[in-house]
Design a protein around this ligand. Structure first.
Ligand SMILES: [Cu+2]
Length: 132
């Protein structure tokens, strides 16, 4: 009789342990999946510009890139903060998009034609220090 009770207890204990393990595994995998969904890469880099109009143009260029969630250019620091999904785009694509709108970034010089078409007040100095 004792043996029967003991083996039942052992079976129950094994059952509980394996249940716990399974629950733990499920929690871990769902956390990883959730982290993937919301994983955003934050990046800051220098971009030349003068004013609020520049800010609009620069931010519009950055957010036009598929995968960019947000862009905020700082007129005083000459710096942009972007948040993007790195499974959809990459830093260089954002640099290029901003450059094609006429603005210099740390890595890519602004497109000359687009620069010439900027309003006079936006034609920033190409020697301007950025990422201040
Ligand atoms: Cu401007």
């Amino acid at each position: 009789m004792k043996n029967v009770i003991l083996s039942i207890a052992i079976i129950m204990a094994i059952g509980l342990t394996s249940c716990k393990n399974e629950t733990k595994k499920e929690t871990e995998s769902s956390t990883t999946e959730m982290a993937k969904e919301i994983a955003m890469t934050d990046l800051s880099f220098g971009v030349r510009g003068n004013c609020g109009m520049c800010k609009n143009t620069i931010e519009k260029a950055a957010t036009s890139v598929d995968g960019v969630a947000s862009a905020n250019w700082d007129v005083d620091k000459k710096k942009i903060d972007v948040s993007f999904d790195d499974t959809k785009t990459n830093a260089m694509a954002i640099h290029k998009a901003i450059a094609s709108s006429g603005y210099d970034t740390e890595k890519v010089a602004g497109n000359e034609e687009a620069y010439k078409n900027l309003p006079g007040c936006c034609q920033y100095d190409h020697e301007m220090a950025m990422n201040q």
